[in-house]
Design a protein around this ligand. Sequence first.
Ligand code: XIL
Length: 369
Amino acid sequence: MIVDRRQFFAGVAAAALVRPAMAQAAPVLNLGSIAAARGLAFGSAFDREVLEDPSYGQLIAEQCMVGALENSLKFDWLRPKGPDADYAVADQLVDLANSRGLAVRGTALIWNDWLPDWLEELDARAIASTMDRHIDETVGRYAGRVRSWDVVNEPFFPMHGMEGGYRKGLWFEAMGPDFIPRAFKRAQAADPSAQLVLNEAFCEQFDELGNSVRPPLKDLVARLKDQGIKLDAVGFQGHLKPYLPFDDTAFAAYLAEIAAMDVDLMITELDVDDSHLPDDAGTRDAAVAARVSQFLDAVLQVPRMKSVICWHLSDRYSWYRHADWYAEMVGESGGTPGRAPRSHLFDADLKPKAAAEAAAETMRRLSRS
Ligand code: XIL
């Protein structure tokens, strides 16, 4: 569980602090409190934009129990030029989030994607020791301050053609699949009390990609547990793509099989890719809300589902704004190229959209209390 009692109450206190100013307004939507009432930790990704835009930081502190650093704890952001890390911004963000009562999550400690060029110059042995050093220093530095780590992100990408379906990249090439248990052991040693998570994408898709990732992921979880690795939770990103085939009931059954291996479950990066939807804002908002509702309805019924974390809370900071493929997809689907995404629960003015109401409604309805 990533939210301990102290942080839980700190989070509630932080939310309470912002309420009096809004006391005259209509009932205030508080997703963090609604989720907490059913034993769920609700959260969002955020990053350095909160240093410039306190209103967004305020929204996150108000609505969330968990804050996931979107980028600033990633290898390429900490060590862009060489092996020595610069922790200045990450320190600032972690301290800020903790001071607002959020339990902090570090994403993508080890990921075979987005690695800096300098790492390519090293031989396999040096790459392996760089991984060890990165984990020791980073997890060790934030022990007690970052409560949860995606120790390995996106282990599989069968389209890369590697044996076992693994994602190709420097860590994998240097160590083979052993980089995974090795990273978990290292992280455990660096902070024995942190929640250690294996995070994966695509599993909710019932297309060729999703169908090819689910089986090896399940086998990996089984192997790690058999080896006695401290694996606390499996995270499912949940970047929902309504234009691809999905089967939420079958996905929930898969989640139950994973949970049966004695791990918690998390939705770690919830949003809806609206690139294929028409320009009209109302149409997009309704479709996004419907997909959020449908998805949460299925996954929240699975025992051991503990967290719902959005990949940004507001359209203002959507990561799709910077993704080339997103803009291309909008154009190909007949939308206006360059239009702003409406993929998140709050709009660009930080106002709750239908998707926020849908998430609240689903969480309330499925309340265990
Ligand atoms: C993305 C960030 O949102 C971008 O800002 C960055 O340029 C690339 O990474 N799956 C993940 C996340 O696991 O770490 C990714 O985050 C989005 C997809």
